[in-house]
Each structure stands twice: as C-alpha cells, then as structure tokens.
Design a protein around this ligand. Structure first.
Ligand code: HEM
Length: 152
C-alpha cells in the first residue's frame, strides 16, 4: 500500500486551506480594523507574524507535496502540453505571486508598526493584501477544477 500519496495529499490540501484561509481572513477580517485604527499595534504585529510564518512553512509544504504530486502524476510534456498540466503551472505561478504580495504587504505593515504607526502602514499594505486575496480566490478556483475529475 502506498502511504506517501495520501500523506502528501493531506499536507497539500491542509496547507491550501490554512494558507488561503489565512490570507482571506487577514485581508477581509483584520485589515479593515487596522485601517480604522481599531486594533492594537502589538496584536496586529502578532497576527501578521503568524501569517508570514504560515506563508513560509507553507512554501516548503507546497513545494514538497506539490512536487511529489507533479512527479508521480505528470511527465514534463504533460505539464506543458495538457489542459490539466497548464492548470498545475498556473497554480504554481499564482502561489508565487500571492507569496510575493503577502511578503511585501506584511513588510510594509510591520515596518510602520515598528515605528509606532498603524493606519498609514495599513493603507500602504492594502493593495498588496487585496491583490493577494483576489489571486487566492483564483487559486481556489483552479484547485477546484483540478479536484473535479469530470471537468478536464
Ligand atoms: C509549489 C506550488 C504547488 C505545486 C507544485 C502544486 C502542484 C499540484 C499538483 C501536481 C496537483 C495535482 C493535480 C491533479 O490532480 O491532476 C495539485 C492539486 C491541488 N493543489 Fe497544488 N500545487 C502547488 C500549490 C498549491 C497551492 C498554493 C494551493 C492552495 C490553494 C494548492 C491547492 C491544491 C488543491 C486543492 C489541489 C487538488 C487536490 C485534488 O486533486 O483533490 N496547490 N497541486
């Protein structure tokens, strides 16, 4: 019995839910409070630190588990030459873009929080978090198509 496949699938989908959920929650649930000045700087710094941590541990988890799934289910030609392969490549590109946006947005927030500001860094970080949240929705849709064997 192959136990590695279900373990890798669980790691992949587990982090997919945790990471995209965290990006959406911070953007829709926490950032508006920061923009209003309704959340303490220390609390916000802690939340953003957790998001960065999930993003970085997630990067290792996605590369390991996604690499395993790609290596066992796809040939290089299938990745570049089939519709499902194109979706996997799109998945990787979206992951890279969202990771970059979260890192830049988080850095803008924490740099401002470090010097005692709140609303101004939240305003500067807003486009990056909105971009990350929008692309996360696109990534969830891509994953949904890949997980529906009857679509492609
Ligand atoms: C290094 C980045 C990544 C790689 C290499 C990768 C690779 C893959 C591969 C090869 C598959 C299997 C496709 C198939 O069944 O034909 C897959 C499925 C999936 N991926 Fe990723 N992925 C990555 C990042 C992500 C991220 C960031 C998410 C977050 C939403 C995600 C969510 C999913 C989901 C939900 C599935 C469907 C699982 C299923 O078929 O039931 N992946 N990924």
């Amino acid at each position: 019995m192959n136990v590695l496949d279900p373990i890798m699938w669980s790691v992949h989908v587990g982090f997919a839910v945790l990471w995209t959920g965290s990006v959406l929650f911070v953007t829709l649930g926490i950032l508006p409070a920061a923009l209003r000045g309704d959340v303490g700087g220390e609390v916000l710094a802690g939340i953003v630190g957790k998001l960065r941590w999930i993003t970085r541990v997630g990067a290792v988890a996605f590369v390991a588990s996604g690499g395993h799934m790609a290596g066992t289910q796809y040939t290089p030609a299938a990745l570049t030459g089939t519709p499902r392969g194109h979706l996997v490549v799109t998945m990787i590109a979206l992951w890279l873009l969202i990771t970059g946006l979260v890192e830049v947005g988080s850095a803008k927030l924490t740099d401002g929080l470090d010097v005692g500001k709140l609303r101004e860094p939240a305003r500067e970080a807003k486009p990056f978090f909105y971009g990350a949240a929008g692309l996360s929705v696109a990534l969830i849709l891509v994953a949904g198509v890949l997980a529906s064997p009857t679509v492609l």
